[in-house]
Design a binder for this molecule. Structure first.
Ligand code: 5GP
Length: 252
């Protein structure tokens, strides 16, 4: 708490607040307990969620760094803070899919839920709640000067590399890595890193091929009771990290 006490956030999103760090090349990411869906129309608070999601982000970002995929991570501070490199976030979401699910099946019904996608499918979405994050392609990104040609290639390369690393890791844990969303930020020109967060909120992780048991946010999206949603967050922490969450952290 002392890291942010007395400070005003420089930005606030649905699940995080961003504060300036005393060192100008860093920022403080504070993970909130808020949970939202349907572009923010559905909103609740779950104690311990900020802890769980900050910790899983740190855990997975470290895994990516080790595999040569750069991220924004500098340091994790218990329970729910990540000190991160200060980067210029791009206004896009990058989704990578190994198995057809969610919006892909809804919008393009010739894909069937659970259908394997090989090679994986990468999609870009322009971030706008008002426009419901419309899909754009890499030509739009360059025409809009959101990314250079080199950065577009870098983004695709890092996304596919991250996908391989995470898919292997989850497979070893007996889980099916269906899809995930990441965001990129610019450290310097033509030098992107994965930023923001990576946890159960930003992926589909199935325990069975039909997706009935899953360690992700889809239960909340489809109306599960909050107690059950909270239990899923705790299970997700355990299954991803292989560790027991701290009781005190879950109450934070
Ligand atoms: P879909 O496009 O099928 O809704 O989602 C594809 C993947 O990206 C899912 O793993 C989903 O959790 C993630 N995703 C899509 N949009 C968002 C978003 O706005 N926030 C987060 N955290 N994840 C998202």
């Amino acid at each position: 708490m002392s890291l942010i006490s007395g400070k005003q956030p420089i930005a606030e999103g649905k699940t995080k607040r961003v504060y300036l760090h005393d060192e100008p090349d860093k920022v403080i990411l504070y993970f909130k307990n808020d949970i939202t869906a349907l572009d923010g129309l559905k909103h609740d608070v779950i104690h311990g969620k900020g802890y769980i999601n900050a910790y899983i982000t740190k855990y997975l970002f470290e895994k990516l760094e080790k595999a040569g995929v750069p991220t924004q991570l500098v340091e994790y501070v218990y329970p729910n803070i990540i000190i991160a490199k200060k980067i210029q976030m791009l206004p896009i979401e990058v989704v990578c899919r190994n198995i057809a699910a969610g919006h892909l099946v809804k919008k393009l019904p010739f894909f069937k839920n659970g259908q394997p996608l090989n090679p994986p499918v990468i999609e870009f979405f322009y971030k706008s709640d008002e426009l419901h994050d419309p899909m754009v392609n890499e030509y739009h990104l360059q025409a809009l000067r959101i990314t250079s040609e080199k950065e577009t290639l870098q983004m695709k390369d890092y996304t596919l590399k991250a996908n391989r690393v995470l898919k292997d890791f989850f497979n070893k844990r007996g889980l099916i890595f269906v899809d995930f969303k990441i965001e990129f930020g610019r450290l310097s020109e033509d030098n992107l890193v994965i930023g923001d967060e990576l946890n159960g909120d930003s992926m589909r992780l199935w325990a069975s091929p039909d997706g009935r048991k899953a360690f992700d946010k889809d239960g909340y999206r489809s109306g599960d009771a909050l107690d059950k949603v909270r239990e899923t967050y705790i299970e997700t922490f355990k299954v991803i990290t292989g560790e027991e969450p701290l009781k005190e952290g879950l109450e934070s």
